[in-house]
Design a binder for this molecule. Structure first.
Ligand code: ZN
Length: 54
């Protein structure tokens, strides 16, 4: 199986997308994938709001 046909699921909405087309963000301990910028922004905002609570 070629790497560019590998499928992954969006971290936010769980939509299955080709890994080559996915956006990704490197967290402190892991890399997360997103189907589009809206999902990436959602995750970033969610992460920020969790930081403020601590
Ligand atoms: Zn998504």
């Amino acid at each position: 199986m070629k790497e560019d046909t590998e499928k992954i699921s969006c971290h936010v909405c769980k939509k299955i997308i080709p890994k080559a087309a996915a956006l990704h963000s490197e967290g402190q301990e892991y890399v997360v994938h997103f189907c589009n910028v809206e999902c990436m922004d959602y995750w970033k905002k969610d992460k920020e709001s969790k930081k403020k609570k601590e």
